[in-house]
Design a protein around this ligand. Structure first.
Ligand code: PLP
Length: 393
């Protein structure tokens, strides 16, 4: 049996039609399969590899930390220095009120921790989340995601959750002194890249402040320069009470975080003590990799190139079969008539060496979220492949 057959047989599948492409090497914005065929990666592991695959600085940081130690002991007992270094660096690049980092293993765990934190800090139970937002697949995160198709099969889920429309002023009326927190994706990615109006975000911030509800912004997908600024919330002139990070946070290694003010975070430390526990969250190797990746991102002025590359995609992705192109930096949705049309184009692109995908809540939209380091030449080549795949329909 070949690797693909073994994969399908022994590794759990959650889709009836997995792509199952065997990739043996990745570097920058390229992937190579077992036959030596090169693919331009327009997905970046779903917004993970923002500085490209296997950046030498990240690989070196992983090797160095692996030579030092892997896991020691957490829960406040032993200091794992890569966590400290990364928390300090993150905080230096965040507003002053976000000064305490709780590291997790994944994005969904960051969501879970933040939901618990909001309940504990406010003494309230109600959570307001938004239709067509994605926050993860664990039961708490599933309870707040904004799509009944995915939620329904796993009911009963968490009680006391309200779903409202994103970017709707009417939705703000649901936020009251019973609301523990409002959780929003700053940019709704899986909906097919929708960004709210500045006035709405500011009104949301104000309503949370007025009612004492914590505003939790999920930037697990939108953070780390993806949308053209380090954090997407910067574009709205607001600061959340809790920020959720994941994906690119670990530079390709598993890592998530919820970040809040020290005063808020303190409520996890008593009654009960150890209010949130994780053995591996903030693993030293993941933190070392993430710190190295974030330094590359910032010191190389990579984010400064995002808007120009976004425009290049917009200029090149023109065809009558494209209904619309929605972009927020290098988070791009190319909308077609139907999932069937989109899927045929995606499959043809893969045949021709360009890896793209669709969005969970927007199957008729092609996902383009390449490493932010992708070159203009690679963008031009990839767009030529996409447009000719459309022509061939
Ligand atoms: N939040 C958002 C916006 C995401 O896009 C994702 C993952 O796609 C998550 C949360 C969950 O992260 P993870 O898959 O690491 O649990």
């Amino acid at each position: 049996m070949n690797q693909r057959q073994l994969f399908l047989q022994h590794v759990a599948q959650t889709s009836p039609a997995p792509l199952a492409l065997e990739i043996v090497k990745a570097a920058g914005s390229s992937l190579w399969d077992a036959h030596g065929k090169e693919y331009t990666d327009l997905i970046a592991g779903i917004s993970v590899c923002n500085i490209g695959h296997c950046h030498p600085a990240v690989v070196a940081a992983i090797q160095q930390q692996a030579n030092q130690y892997l896991h020691l002991l957490v829960y406040g007992e032993l200091v794992e220095t890569p966590q400290v270094a990364y928390a300090q660096y993150l905080i230096q690049h965040l507003p002053a009120t976000l000064n305490s980092v709780y590291f997790t293993n994944s994005g969904a765990e960051a969501v879970e921790g933040a939901m618990k934190l909001a309940k504990r800090y406010t003494g309230r139970t109600q959570i307001l989340a938004f239709n067509q937002s994605y926050h993860g697949s664990t039961q708490g995160a599933l309870s707040i995601i904004g799509d009944e198709y995915w939620r329904n099969a796993y009911r009963p889920l968490l009680p006391d959750i309200i779903h409202a429309d994103h970017n709707s002023f009417e939705s703000l009326e649901w936020i009251t002194d019973k609301t523990a927190c409002v959780i929003a994706e700053t940019i709704q990615a899986e909906r097919g890249v929708f960004y709210p109006d500045r006035a709405w975000m500011q009104a949301l911030r104000k309503k949370c402040t007025d009612t004492g509800a914590l505003l939790i912004l999920d930037e697990i997908q939108a953070g780390f320069g993806r949308t053209g600024s380090l954090w997407a919330f910067e574009q709205y002139g607001i600061v959340p009470d809790v920020l959720l990070l994941g994906k690119a946070l670990g530079g390709g290694m598993p890592l998530g975080a919820f970040i809040a003010g020290r005063d808020i975070m303190w409520s996890l430390a008593y009654d009960p003590v150890l209010g949130h526990i994780t053995t591996f969250g903030g693993h030293p190797v993941s933190c070392a990799a993430g710190l190295a990746a974030m330094k590359v991102l910032l010191e190389g002025n990579i984010i400064g190139t995002v808007k120009q590359k976004e425009q290049l995609f917009r200029d090149l992705l023109k065809h009558p079969a494209i209904k619309t192109v929605r972009t927020s930096g290098l988070l791009i949705a190319v909308e077609f008539d139907s999932f069937e049309v989109n899927k045929k184009i995606i499959d043809r692109c893969i045949e021709n060496g360009v890896l793209t995908d669709w969005f969970l809540f927007a199957p008729r939209c092609m996902r383009i979220a390449p490493p932010l380091t992708i070159t203009n030449e690679a963008i031009e080549k990839a767009c030529r492949v996409i447009v000719s795949a459309i022509e061939e329909q």
